[in-house]
Design a protein around this ligand. Structure first.
Ligand code: PBG
Ligand code: ZN
Length: 346
């Protein structure tokens, strides 16, 4: 055989493959479910999901949140049942928001050892010990004015006075058994003060999930409905980030990590996936959480109810985009549905 002829022929073929079939080459790996699964990059798993739960005083209560179909405000006994179903289908973690009957100017209920969140954590740890319990550490659910901290004479959130209050809240949540505390008020220095207070109280093992980049967003509308925690005057733009700013999120996260945050968060998720991406790149190795907030949930639910969107596909696609952007963990009101869908698909 003329080997040089054979060589030329093969080289010719190779070149042809390169030149003419570029597009075709990418489609090759999309031909079957098996191939697609093999090359899949981002994937949402049940392990990544954290379910938010709203807890109220009393017993036997389960009140639907109007703007969030499928979400309820529940007393501890009913909340436990929901948490158990979540755990039974593989959900690893819940984040608790307490809504006490009584609110006052200084948010006294927030650090009460018999407070609504403290009782909820105690019960969860007793009934479902393996479930990771995270507590929202903020004052807005407990103050009658609805702001995330103590107010000064000018009715502005007093940063440093609020720090001391947050430290007390975090310690009382840790005392009840919280695995992670999640300061959400964007009060400067909150992570450092909470870390110090937790350590001093002997809770070195309790971690901090910081709402590092929390934007002043209209997407929180339904949550404020659920938590009855809208500010009675003014807004939160004095604390929360301006939606125009991306680089500032890096400063916020860097500061939180320097103060001892164990996990960082971007909130809301969908309109801020660029921020998720930037924090992922900048802080490789730090667990990154995306909060798929109430307004994102409500939009999908509303459209799905009208038959305008296919809920399941839209939710899975949206959550996958958060993983693709770089989130490790997603806080979502869809968590139980998603766990069920993943379960059915496997
Ligand atoms: C309170 C808090 C809010 C959310 C989580 N913690 C509301 C706010 O800042 O006004 C919003 C969550 C959601 O919209 O799902 N600090
Ligand atoms: Zn708050």
């Amino acid at each position: 055989m003329d080997t040089s002829f054979e060589q030329d022929r093969l080289v010719g073929l190779a070149r042809r493959t390169d030149d003419l079939h570029l597009v075709h080459r990418l489609r090759r790996l999309r031909r079957s479910p098996g191939l697609r699964a093999l090359v899949q990059e981002a994937r949402v798993t049940t392990d990544d999901l954290m379910l938010p739960l709203f807890v109220v005083d009393g017993s036997g209560k389960s009140e639907p949140v109007e703007s969030m179909p499928g979400v309820f405000r529940e007393s501890v006994d009913r909340m436990i049942e929901r948490a158990r179903s979540a755990s039974d289908i593989g959900i690893r973690a819940v984040i608790l928001f307490g809504i006490p009957d009584l609110k006052d100017a200084i948010g006294s209920g927030s650090h009460d050892s018999e407070g609504v969140v403290q009782r909820a954590v105690t019960a969860l740890k007793e009934e479902i010990p393996d479930l990771v319990v995270v507590t929202d550490t903020c004052m807005c659910e407990y103050t009658d004015h609805g702001h995330c901290g103590l107010l000064d004479d000018r009715m502005d959130v007093d940063n440093d006075a609020t720090l001391a209050a947050l430290a007390k809240i975090a310690v009382s949540q840790a005392e009840s058994g919280a695995d992670l505390v999640a300061p959400s008020g964007m009060i400067d220095g909150q992570v450092g003060v909470i870390r110090g207070a937790l350590d001093e109280a002997g809770h070195e093992q309790v971690g901090i999930l910081s709402y590092s980049a929390k934007y002043a967003s209209a997407y929180y509308g339904p949550f404020r409905d659920a938590a009855q925690g809208a500010p009675s005057f003014g807004d939160r733009r004095g604390q929360q980030m301006d939606p125009s700013n991306g680089s500032e999120a890096i400063r916020e996260a860097a500061q939180d990590l320097a103060e001892g945050a164990d996990l960082i968060m971007v909130k809301p998720a969908l309109a801020y996936l660029d921020v998720v991406r930037r924090l992922r790149r900048k802080f490789e190795g730090v667990p990154l959480v995306a909060y798929n907030v109430s307004g994102e949930y409500a939009m999908v639910k509303a459209a799905a109810e009208r038959g305008w969107l296919a809920e399941r596909s839209v939710v899975l696609e949206t959550l996958t985009s958060m993983k693709r952007a770089g989130a490790d963990i997603i806080i979502t009101y869809h968590a139980m549905d998603v766990a069920q869908w993943i379960h059915e698909a496997s």
